[in-house]
Design a protein around this ligand. Structure first.
Ligand code: GCB
Length: 609
């Protein structure tokens, strides 16, 4: 945790005012004004609004030209040349990707400018921040023509202070979004999901006092079921006002502490008679933090999660993770964001019999995490270190680490999160080993209370054994691997003859298995793409999986069909990965019921033990 605080402080002091600033957490419970809704946009493939005709960056000029789109300029007389006009440009809903909203932009990867005007009456002494839930992939953000900063990474939040820039009337927030893929980015150019461009999560104004609670961690201490511990961090600490109170009325906790000159309070609070959070009892306590006359509320669950030899223990008891993998997509074939989107996905997971979800392959929106917390679904959260990022490049590592830090900062108070995942199917090499090991160390320094894993690749030998032979396993709490028997290789008939071995006496999760089926397409069980093939694939894979030593959970690939530019077979895939147990239009396939049955048996078995 110390490292998290240092990182936060460093970011503030190096960049100073109005650069990428330390992240404010628990935004849903603050004094906010939404900037969601209808925005204007300009598609700008040549970045005409950003560069002069000699390719000089306008935002590096001492007084940027009116031609710079972030100036949102309007001609003052009939003679003046101005070649853009946000107010006459088309409109789009924010949050929302352009792929699913603008048919002509379905395949567009490049620059689009967005503008929202607003009024804001900020009283003297108060502070104002603009918080962006996620923008894919690169965002240059300007308010009233002033640059607030640049952010990269498509799935994590960031914020800027705008106290001295915002006005009572006619503010214009302009954001240049670029979703061009690059080899050195995280993720890299090659993925199996749609590169949805745009402002894909909420845009929010946060109003705060001069000095306020910016972030905190309130969770059970590692391996201690009766000690709540963590920190409170004050933004712009006020030396004469350093008292912080944490109350959890139902636990009769009324803790008073003082922040130091650095604005940080570290605390430990003994707690008795906690009703522990679990899938059967997703108990969240009302928690209030009081500081300098301000109250910040949250709903927090308490549970322990640990491993003991080859078992995962939730609140001290072995648990089997009945899971499913999920991409962040909504019913319209766009990026999901709302609570309604979250309920659609998580209710299906519940119906399948899940107590756990793998939110692949990047940090999902805060609504789904908070909904899982309320519903009692344990969560695997992941960063997009997917396939082959540039493991030797320091800036690529830093990018991955920044995404991880933001995800942990946002979600560390959610009991539902039990696993931080470092990577997916990354090819074995020395630089990759060093890269992931560093991410593991970093994660532990931020949060040592959760388990760490990564979805690994496997090998098979001639004797019919599947092996997990990846030295990074030394650093993981859980050995997770993806395997595709009967889809990318191997015969389904051989399922019962295949055995798995691992040198680790640690819990094992099959983080992916599956195959495609076009919902409504029927045929023989050996006919690819039919529901019968997928059903048979699940039956056979489960026979094999049952015998895997140390098996502690599964997250088959995947709950719902999802868009992918790699999946082009006409009439079958039509740009969708069809490995869903449910079609993108919401119809269950036969394999759904195989998995549902298996989980129902598993649950009964567990309840008997
Ligand atoms: C995988 C990847 C996942 C793909 C899936 C597939 O192993 O982790 O992102 O979508 O296979 O369908 O090939």
């Amino acid at each position: 945790m110390k490292k998290l605080l240092t990182a936060i402080l460093l970011t503030t002091s190096i960049f100073g005012f109005a650069q990428n600033q330390s992240l404010i957490s628990n935004v849903p419970n603050r004094n906010t004004t939404s900037l969601n809704g209808v925005w204007n946009y300009i598609v700008d493939p040549y970045e005409t609004g950003y560069y002069s005709f000699h390719h000089d960056e306008y935002d590096k000029q001492a007084k940027p030209s009116n031609a710079a789109y972030f100036n949102n300029y309007h001609a003052v007389n009939k003679q003046e040349l101005v070649e853009y006009d946000f107010d006459k440009s088309p409109k789009i809903n924010i949050p929302g990707d352009w792929t699913s909203q603008v048919p002509e932009l379905k395949y567009y990867e490049g620059n689009v400018w967005f503008k929202k005007s607003f009024d804001y009456n900020l009283k003297a002494g108060k502070r104002l921040f603009v918080y962006l839930g996620a923008i894919n992939y690169k965002a240059d953000v300007y308010l009233n023509g002033k640059k607030l900063g640049t952010h990269i990474g498509g799935f994590t939040p960031f914020n800027y202070e705008v106290t001295s820039i915002a006005k009572a009337k006619d503010n214009y927030l302009v954001i240049k979004v670029d979703n061009t893929r690059h080899k050195e980015d995280v993720p890299t150019i090659n993925t199996d999901w749609w590169n949805y461009g745009g402002i894909t999560r909420d845009v929010t104004l946060i109003e705060e006092e001069a000095s306020f609670v910016e972030d905190y961690n309130i969770q059970l201490k590692k391996n201690n079921a009766t000690l709540i511990s963590g920190f409170v961090k004050i933004n712009n600490p006020n030396v004469s006002q350093n008292a912080v109170t944490i109350t959890i009325p139902e636990l009769k906790i009324n803790y008073k502490g003082k922040v130091g000159a650095d604005g940080i309070l570290n605390f430990e609070i003994p707690a008795k008679k906690i009703s522990y959070w679990s899938p059967e009892n997703p108990k969240l306590y009302d928690v209030t933090l009081e500081y300098n006359g301000q109250k910040l509320k949250d709903n927090i669950g308490f549970r322990t999660i640990e491993t003991k030899e080859d078992q995962i223990l939730l609140n001290g008891k072995p648990i089997f993770l009945r899971g499913i993998s999920i991409h962040e997509e909504n019913a319209k074939g766009g990026r999901a964001n709302s609570e309604e989107d979250a309920l659609r996905l998580l209710n299906w997971a519940k119906e399948l019999g899940c107590n756990y979800v793998r939110l692949a392959h990047y940090p999902h929106n805060e609504n789904i995490i908070r909904t899982a917390d309320k519903m009692g679904l344990m969560v695997w959260e992941e960063i997009p270190v997917y396939w082959t990022v540039e493991f030797t490049r320091q800036a690529t590592y830093q990018n991955a680490e920044d995404q991880l830090t933001a995800a942990v900062t946002r979600d560390k108070n959610r009991a539902c999160i039990i696993i931080w995942s470092m990577a997916n199917e990354t090819p074995i090499s020395d630089p990759r080993y060093a890269f992931i090991k560093k991410l593991v160390d970093h994660t532990k320094s931020l949060d040592n209370t959760r388990l760490i894993s990564a979805a690994l690749l496997t090998q098979s030998d001639s004797a019919g054994f599947g092996t997990i032979n990846d030295a990074i396993g030394d650093y993981l709490d859980i050995i997770s691997f993806n395997q595709y028997l009967g889809w990318y290789g191997g015969k389904l008939e051989d399922a019962e003859k295949i055995f798995w071995k691992t040198k680790y006496n640690k819990p094992v999760i099959v983080s992916e298995f599956g195959g495609d089926a076009k919902q409504g397409l029927h045929g023989e069980k050996n006919e690819r793409w039919t529901e019968e093939y997928q059903e048979y694939l699940y039956i056979q894979n489960l026979k094999m999986i049952e015998k895997i030593p140390h098996l502690s959970g599964l997250s088959p690939w995947i709950l719902v069909d999802f868009r992918s530019p790699r999946r082009l077979l006409p009439g079958i895939q039509d740009e969708y990965n069809r490995k869903g147990l449910i079609s993108n239009d919401g119809n269950k396939k036969k394999a759904f019921y195989i998995m549902q049955n298996w989980y129902s048996k598993k649950e009964k078995e567990q309840n008997q033990n």
